[in-house]
Every structure is written in C-alpha cells, then in structure tokens.
Design a binder for this molecule. Sequence first.
Ligand SMILES: Cc1ncc(C[n+]2csc(CCOP(=O)(O)OP(=O)(O)O)c2C)c(N)n1
Length: 334
Amino acid sequence: MAISESAPAAAAGLSQDQLRSMYRDMVLGRLLDERILVLNRQGRAPFAISGQGHEAAQVGVGYALRRDYDWLVPYYRDLTLVLVMGTEPRDHLMASLGRAADPNSGARQMPGHYGSRAHSIVTTGSPVATQILHAVGIAHSFKYRGEDKVVVTSVGEGGTSEGDWHEGLNWAAIHKLPVIFLVENNAFAISVPQSRQMAVAHVADRGPAYGMPAQTVDGGDCLAVYEAAKVAVERARSGGGPTLLEAVCVRLQSHSSDDDQRRYRSPDDLAEMRRHDPVERFRAELEGAGVLAEGDADSIRQECQRVIEVAQEEADAAPPPSSSTALQHVYQEG
Ligand SMILES: Cc1ncc(C[n+]2csc(CCOP(=O)(O)OP(=O)(O)O)c2C)c(N)n1
C-alpha cells in the first residue's frame, strides 16, 4: 500500500505524527545496527547480527501491538522491533560491548538475545525456533487466565523447517491461542536458500494445513505489514486464534559478522536486493506524500545519530561484569 494512494494512513488509523515516528524508529534501528557492525569491525563487539532490510516489517508489526501489555518472543534479527517495544540503544550497546549493565543478561548471552521484563520481551535460546514453543505456552496462559493479551513471535523462513515450528503452530491452531507467528523471510538461512527449506513458494502456503489464517505480505512495505498485523492482532485479542504472517524481506548484510554473503550470492543478486532498501522506500513515500518536508529526513537522521552517540559514550564508560560473578546462574547457588 503506497501513501500516495491518498488517505491510506488515515485508513490505517495513523496520524502524520505516527508516520513520522514510524520512520524515525526505522532510522534509529538502521543507524544503531550500522554502529554495532562498526564496533564489531573495530574488534570491540565480538559478534554482531544485522537486521538491515527487516526494519519496515518490524516497525509495521510493532506499531500494531500494545506496548508493555502484549508480549514479544523475538529472534536475533529484531533490533528495530525491540526498539519499537521500548528498549533503548544504550541497552543494545551495553550488550554488544559486553557490559555488566546489559539488561538482557548482564553480558552472559550472545548479543541479539533480547529480553526485557519491563517491556514484556522474552529472551530466547540459541537453538533456532525454540522461541515458537515459548510463545505458544505464553499465549496458552493468557487464554487460560482470560486475559486479552497477544503474543508475537518471530523466526526466519529457515527456522520453519524445525519440528518446534510445526508443533507450535499445530497446538496454537487447535487451542485457538492469541499468538501471531511472524516469519521474516529474507530468502536465506545463512547460505541455504529458501528452495532448500520448503517445496512451497511461500511459508504462508502452509497456513491452511495447520488450520489458521495465513498471509504473505511485502515486508518492505511498512504500512502493508502494519495493516496485516493489525488484523491479526485483533483476531488474536478477540478470541479468533492464531495467524501466520509472512513478511518478505531483504537481508542487506551477511547472516552475521562471521559470514560473508559474497561467497554464495552473485553480485547481481546483491545489487538487486539493495534496490529494495525499506528505509529508503519509506522515506521516499513519506516525502512524496508530504508527510516529511524537505530536510525532515536529515533532521531525523541527525537526531538518531545523537541518541546513539550519547548511548555509546555511556556504554564505553560502563564496566564489564566482575569475574567473581562468572558462575552466577550457571550452577545452583546457596
Ligand atoms: C537448531 C539450530 N540449528 C542451527 C543453528 C545455527 N543457525 C543459527 S541461525 C541459522 C539460520 C537461520 O535462518 P532463518 O531461520 O532463515 O533466519 P535468518 O537468520 O535468515 O533471519 C542457523 C542455521 C541454530 N542456532 N539452531
């Protein structure tokens, strides 16, 4: 859905301020992601995993949720989504630099294992797709208690080959649980293309087999994702059960800082993908619709850069965990 199709934002129930705020969150996510990659290349952040190319999908879903009320069980590429849910750049820089003040785990987990009790974000394990089962269990508890909270969990298309995925969707559909399965399909699981993960064209093609509504949406189109997510959230909140939402994204960076996608993707493929940068696309749409005036995008970028500078100064000055705490949470204490 393009903003120039007039009043679509109004149709989506969004004000111009909200649209600007969505764009600002996309830019903040992108710039923070870039900063973390730079820290990795400087040898300061031991590991980085990038969400560049997924920002529109994540903002679209995040804005459809009630913050600090609905729950998120994310995966490692969800930096922008967890920012939308209320975490701060400082939190992620603390994690990347391995500081004791890392709110996810006090620098005990790898970066990208986002967690926040305050913002109802559940940290995940490293085995791909285990978060699906956690999300289904949480959704079951909401239904059991009669609460109208909704859970979103996310995964890549490769993760949908795991048994956890099938078990989770089957159970959620049987019990009509308030959960949305967001698949951020960037066409690759490290170097393995989608065609080696499934014999169907879209992850969402499997929805009817589980007995749940499913939709494939352009993950580069923030408002289209927002619209689809709103429908899914409403369905879940009103007792209508789960939804499978597949957002087709681009993976602009390699799988992680330990990977180099030039080894397995052609230069043409990489160049074509870069033409689908969702942050640029949303900026162009908002400028075309007059939501962003001349110079607004630059000001937003500068403001986000300042936020990141301040956050990094704080993280730079923060101490690492004390070695005396190395065994905490590893063995039973006391
Ligand atoms: C059970 C399990 N198998 C393998 C891995 C190693 N691994 C980590 S991420 C990943 C690729 C996942 O790809 P996808 O689900 O498509 O998500 P993407 O990283 O592309 O966003 C793999 C194989 C793992 N962490 N857990």
